[in-house]
Design a protein around this ligand. Structure first.
Ligand SMILES: [Zn+2]
Length: 299
């Protein structure tokens, strides 16, 4: 893999130059494999994703939400600095991606702070508004060599859209997807094919037929959100039909929280970093490595 050490980022004097989705995802789609896009929320989780990716010989693709970056992690610049601090000791491609950003101001701020990729989420708007807003972001981001993921169709759960159900009517329309990709110039397309954000509140029914129709018309890498809890055979089917990026958040939070809870039930438990957070990080890394292996999708 490319040695990314000792290169400076023109945007802000960082030691590591991050890469974009364009440098990693087209190859994944071609090879029928996918990268996990792992949610990070702390220095620990950033370390875990980069360290696990290095062990597995994979690029490290980290995603962070607007709220989490601002309210919990000290802002976009701080997130970028944490990533830099970890990544400088590793030799793998690293991507820092803004996840589900809805405001243009947040998107431009994340780009100025050194993020290498952004997702503009205007899928809750009308098709025409989604096209216009996404196109605006693409024109801006591409000037800075930042990749852009757009979304078409809506997912139930945690997207601020209470009325979105698992009804097929909310899933991505293949004809619209074709027009959307051509008109906006996005680098990756998030589709809705029956997965859900957060924990499933219904039996997952993944619409592989719909995905195939989209994949026939759209050649750029496709993205599956709501990866947590999705049956593994469906994940593999999806990867073999154009999905090259799979967003994972809930599973990572859940393994971390559950390990911390379980540790405290051990007889003679004493509070220490070593008895709480080290086991949690080990469990998180095992989960990350399991998923990285799964997404290489041998079948
Ligand atoms: Zn999502």
């Amino acid at each position: 893999m490319t040695n990314l050490k000792n290169r400076s980022n023109t945007l802000g004097g960082f030691s590591v130059t991050l890469v974009t989705l364009n440098e990693v995802l087209p190859l994944e789609r071609k090879n029928c494999s996918a990268l996990g896009a792992f949610m990070v929320w702390s220095f620990d989780s950033i370390f875990s994703v980069v360290d696990s990716a290095q062990k597995m010989g994979r690029p490290a693709l980290m995603v962070v939400g607007d709220f989490e970056a601002r309210k919990y992690m000290g802002g976009f610049r701080m997130v970028r600095e944490m990533v830099d601090c970890v990544a400088k000791d590793y030799d793998i491609p690293v991507i820092l991606h803004a996840d589900h950003f809805r405001s243009f101001d947040s998107i431009s701020e994340s780009i100025e702070s050194g993020f290498s990729s952004v997702m503009v989420d205007a899928s809750w708007r009308s098709f025409e508004e989604n096209v216009a807003e996404t196109k605006r972001v693409v024109e801006y981001a591409h000037k800075y060599n930042v990749s852009v993921e757009g979304e078409l169709g809506r997912l139930p759960g945690n997207e601020g859209d209470e009325e979105v159900t698992n009804d097929e009517a909310f899933q991505t329309d293949p004809e619209e997807a074709d027009i959307f990709v051509k008109t906006t110039g996005i680098d990756a397309l998030a589709v809705s094919i029956g997965t859900m954000h957060g924990k499933y509140t219904f039996e997952p029914k993944i619409n592989i037929g719909r995905l195939c129709e989209i994949a026939k018309r759209v050649s750029i890498p496709l993205v599956l959100h709501g990866g947590s809890g999705t049956p593994e055979d469906k994940i593999i089917d999806a990867i073999h039909n154009g999905i090259a990026k799979i967003n994972i958040g809930t599973d990572l939070l859940s393994v971390t929280a559950q390990t911390i809870a379980t540790q405290q039930k051990i007889p003679d438990f004493r509070y220490s970093v070593g008895s709480l957070f080290l086991p949690a990080r080990d469990a998180l890394q095992r989960n990350l490595e399991y998923k990285m292996e799964l997404f290489m999708a041998k079948r």
